[in-house]
Design a protein around this ligand. Structure first.
Ligand SMILES: NC(=O)c1ccc[n+]([C@@H]2O[C@H](COP(=O)([O-])OP(=O)(O)OC[C@H]3O[C@@H](n4cnc5c(N)ncnc54)[C@H](OP(=O)(O)O)[C@@H]3O)[C@@H](O)[C@H]2O)c1
Length: 243
């Protein structure tokens, strides 16, 4: 296992939720952070909350926009690990009522965005580095109705990483697939109903509760540090796939 001390990590989605949790954990392990997201305000608040004595840089960029992605890596400079957790709430209506503009926006922000991140990251990613993208439980337990698009997108990451791990070797490429995690995204999707959803699922999952971002961050740190992990999808869901 390598250390993260002195390593530079670019976290796209680092201003909120799972990405923020990874940034906080990596900072504690001695890393230097670049956090990215669309909202400069959210990034400013997150960078202040993270602290880090000058080890955190915030860069506003939309990963669905190629000019933004290119500028992000120019400004970040050479770095060691790319982590992408960025994403927006998925489509949640029956297939016959699909809003194609919404679906295209979702796919652009998640899957096409990941392709663009990989395309531009390779120019400045240091030897010995890695890329980690985020899928999720929705590919294993699709919400019904409306889960087909998010399931297809999340599922595709496993094969994206396998192919890219071969193409970019020895750079490593991996995926983390979390179960439900208590983040700002849930507030946006279900609002005050969140507590009810979490209590009900918390009673069913073997882990006995819903994850916090701090429970998920170690999976990303492990994939950055273990030089023998590549082309892999790591599930971290408290056993949610079993129920
Ligand atoms: N929370 C869960 O239960 C869960 C479970 C499994 C998988 N996931 C997946 O994990 C990922 C992160 O979820 P989360 O719960 O941490 O969400 P979150 O709290 O809403 O955080 C999303 C982050 O991504 C950024 N972002 C969104 N779209 C972006 C874009 N186009 N370009 C750049 N940054 C963008 C957001 O900042 P801006 O809004 O400022 O851009 C924010 O920093 C999502 O893809 C989600 O589907 C989540």
């Amino acid at each position: 296992m390598t250390t993260l001390a002195g390593k530079k990590i670019v976290v796209v989605g680092g201003s909120s939720g799972i990405g923020y949790g990874i940034a906080a954990a990596a900072l504690e392990s001695g890393a230097e952070l670049v956090i990215a997201g669309r909202s400069a305000d959210k990034l400013r608040v997150a960078a202040k909350r993270l602290g880090g004595a000058g080890r955190v840089t915030a860069i506003a960029a939309d990963m669905a926009n190629e000019a933004d992605v290119s500028r992000l890596f120019e400004q970040a400079g050479s770095f060691d690990h790319l982590v992408a957790t960025a994403g927006t709430p998925p489509p949640n209506y029956p297939i016959g009522e699909t809003d194609m503009d919404f679906v295209r926006g979702f796919v652009d922000g998640k899957l096409i965005g990941a392709v663009m991140l990989a395309k531009h990251a390779v120019r400045t990613l240091n030897k010995g580095g890695s890329m980690i993208f985020t899928s999720g439980i929705n590919k294993d337990r699709p919400p019904v109705p409306g889960g087909s698009v998010v399931s297809a997108v999340a599922g595709s990451f496993t094969y994206f990483a396998r192919a890219l791990a071969l193409e970019l070797a020895p750079t490593r490429v991996n995926i983390v697939s979390p179960g439900w995690v208590d983040t700002e995204m849930w507030d946006e999707i279900v609002g005050e109903a969140k507590t009810g959803y979490f209590n009900e699922m918390g009673e069913r999952v073997p882990a006995g509760r819903i994850a916090r971002p701090a429970d998920i961050a170690p999976a990303y740190l492990y994939l950055m540090q273990n030089e023998f992990m590549t082309g892999e999808t790591v599930h971290i869901d408290g056993g949610q796939r079993l129920v």
